[in-house]
Design a protein around this ligand. Sequence first.
Ligand SMILES: NC(=O)c1ccc[n+]([C@@H]2O[C@H](COP(=O)([O-])OP(=O)(O)OC[C@H]3O[C@@H](n4cnc5c(N)ncnc54)[C@H](O)[C@@H]3O)[C@@H](O)[C@H]2O)c1
Length: 377
Amino acid sequence: MKTKVKVGVAGCGDVSRNTYLPNLARLHQQGRLDLAAVADIVAGRAATLAQQYRIPTAFTEFEQLLEADVDLVVNLTPMQVHADVTLAAIKAGKHVYTEKPIATDLDKAGEIIANAREAGITVAAAPALLTHPDIQQVIRWIQGDLIGKVCFARARASNPGPDRITDFKTDPTRYHQQGGGPLFDLGIYPVHVLTAALGPVQRVTAFSGIALPHRVVRAGEARGKEIHTDVDDNVHMVLDFGNAIFATIDATYCVLSSKGPRMEFYGETGVINLASTVEEPPLEVFRVDYEHELRGWVTPEKVYRGRVNPPRPQNQPHPYTLVDGVEHMIDVLEGKCCLLLTAEHARHVLEVLLAVQESASTGRAVTVQSEFSIPAL
Ligand SMILES: NC(=O)c1ccc[n+]([C@@H]2O[C@H](COP(=O)([O-])OP(=O)(O)OC[C@H]3O[C@@H](n4cnc5c(N)ncnc54)[C@H](O)[C@@H]3O)[C@@H](O)[C@H]2O)c1
């Protein structure tokens, strides 16, 4: 594509307002893309953001966005709606960057992949973590055998729930309904990273339940609203990658705060730790060299200095945001790189999440069938 990619955003809710539109507007100002239109089915939502960010067109019907002159639809609708919005956009000849999950059932995910392929459309699916330099570094280390055979990994994907997040702007009820919940909302992040690092999951076992069924929204437009949860808010899973390689993940709306690492990989000759908070060094490695009697944690200086010591200089690139996935998609559409956030990988991750649900409800281990190629970093 020679001209700037014209971007249309579907959904002007919490993540649009807090993260996507400020950063898409920044990329527009930097000349990286043309932020052409926004749409939301709730009257006034798109118009307010269009005015705030000087976006030329605002629609109250998604179909109007499909008829507009945009190349790429950024799908920021609720999780339950993603697949239908993506399928309609493909049918209208638009490329799609969709927030996670790609769909909530495997048939729709398969339909997206088949229709996009037939139409020559590119579909990319969040999470965008594989575009993050720290995550890429970890995957390269693991693939390059830095810590030997990885025996297991542990990852944390919990938060308090959108009802208790203090800057959450809209009514979070849908996050507590079927098709939502912490498994699809949060568990998807480590499953995406772990499968990129360790390959496809072969089997899953899980426990899950509703730990906190009655919730009160603490902030935003719906403050004070009572929510009765009808999706499991407390999910714990074990993933089997074969060859006695396992991972354990918590994906809950039950954790107010934690000092535990975001993710750790335990290898035969070392450990990789991803920080819990931005105040810590983002990556650390424990190395053992028996021959030279060296044991200890190593903080990669390049990354460490970039984050905390000395403070990041003003002219450094902006820190990672969710919108890095859209920026990656622009690079792909401009032919500058290959797609890392593939729909095939997203479908495998979805199959793992559905296997978690099945295992938790049946009490049995569930086999995962699909495979995908690990993207070359
Ligand atoms: N909120 C976050 O912090 C966050 C972070 C990462 C990812 N996400 C993902 O982003 C997506 C949106 O989350 P959110 O928190 O902003 O939800 P939200 O409910 O606040 O916003 C969704 C918006 O989409 C609109 N919408 C629904 N159907 C539509 C359609 N057909 N066309 C156009 N607009 C439509 C709704 O009116 C609403 O304004 C979800 O998939 C979520 O998983 C959210």
